[in-house]
Design a protein around this ligand. Structure first.
Ligand code: FAD
Length: 292
């Protein structure tokens, strides 16, 4: 069987990641349907082919060499289906796209997410959140491929989730196919005003002019945000290779000049060690290493 049986394939292709670290994969697969995903997973298991799932690449730190396996991008699984207030979004839908689309259908509930360059699959996986509203807030159920390679649908109440985490982070072999949401009825003018205000706030406080993957570490607590800890140690502006701790937001590492995955990793280690030495706090990484 050929990889092309499961969708479009690119060879030695760049791995999309918002840090803009240069990395490639031997095979980049774009399944078109959920059956393509399932059949590929069965094939990969049988043939012992290494693979991982790529969403928007906005929370990952990739290695600097070519990945010797298959990266599965779900970007072509991008349908949005409406049944009154119940909206099913497939994993490859971009969350800002969904946020605007539901407003155009008279609904609201994702205004917080318009500045997040991520997919629904990635947002469910990490329970992305902003302004105290998380992806799980209006989520009703998730359809996914489980570890036994069956397609199942589970209600939210059957799935664990919390601050920047979910059942899927604890079960990384599962592949999220879609999420079903129940959004409240909205008002377009009010929603657009919230989005404008949030966009302005992000532009003022985050270094959006540089490649990054958002906040590097989780906050130890809402009262003790990580940016404040890093800032208090005078680490803003610290550079390793092409990676730098942002001057604008101390919990952002930015790619200022051809940063490698190793540069980012070394800067993360530097921050963790300094914070541990000075405050005895063990920072927890919010971003994820994809090592090979
Ligand atoms: C400018 C900027 C701002 C950001 N702001 C925020 C913010 O306000 N709040 C916030 O929470 N995050 C924020 N982030 C971080 C990031 O967007 C989120 O963590 C997001 O949830 C990652 O989704 P993704 O689709 O990009 O996933 P990826 O980075 O592609 O993947 C992340 C992990 O999810 C797994 N995964 C992805 N899709 C699936 C799937 N379908 N099934 C199973 N596993 C899957 C991947 O294998 C990987 O382990 C920001 C990032 C940037 C660059």
């Amino acid at each position: 069987m050929k990889l092309e049986s499961f969708g479009r394939v690119l060879y030695h292709a760049p791995i999309k990641n918002t840090y803009k670290i240069n990395a490639t994969t031997k095979y980049l697969l774009y399944p078109k349907t959920t059956s393509d995903v399932l059949n590929f997973l069965k094939y990969a298991k049988k043939e012992k082919i290494p693979y991982w799932i790529l969403g928007g690449g906005s929370n990952i730190i990739v290695s600097d060499t070519e990945y010797d396996g298959v990266i599965v991008s779900l970007q072509d699984l991008n349908q949005i289906i409406y049944e009154k207030n119940c909206v099913t979004a497939y994993s490859g839908v971009k969350i800002p796209t969904l946020a605007i689309d539901i407003i155009n259908h008279g609904l609201k509930g994702l205004e917080w997410a318009t500045g997040i360059p991520a997919t629904i699959g990635g947002c469910i996986y990490g329970n992305a959140e902003a302004y105290k509203i998380s992806t799980f807030e209006y989520l009703e159920s998730v359809t996914y491929i489980n570890e036994e390679l069956e397609i199942v649908t589970k209600d939210k109440k059957e799935l664990t989730y919390g601050y920047r985490t979910s059942y899927f982070k604890e079960h990384p072999k599962c592949v999220i196919l879609s999420g079903a949401f129940q959004f409240p009825t909205g008002n377009m003018k009010e929603s657009m005003e919230i989005i404008q205000e949030r966009t302005k706030r992000r532009q003022e406080t985050q270094p959006l002019e540089y490649p990054s993957a958002g906040s590097v570490f989780r906050n130890p607590s809402p009262e003790n945000p990580t940016w404040k800890i890093i800032d208090s140690l005078g680490l803003k502006g610290t550079k390793i290779g092409g990676a730098m701790i942002s001057e604008k937001h101390a919990n952002f590492i930015i790619n200022i000049q051809n940063a490698t995955g190793k540069d980012v990793r070394n800067l993360i280690e530097l921050i963790k060690n300094r914070v541990k030495e000075e405050t005895n706090i063990d920072l927890i990484l919010e971003q994820e290493y994809k090592d090979w």
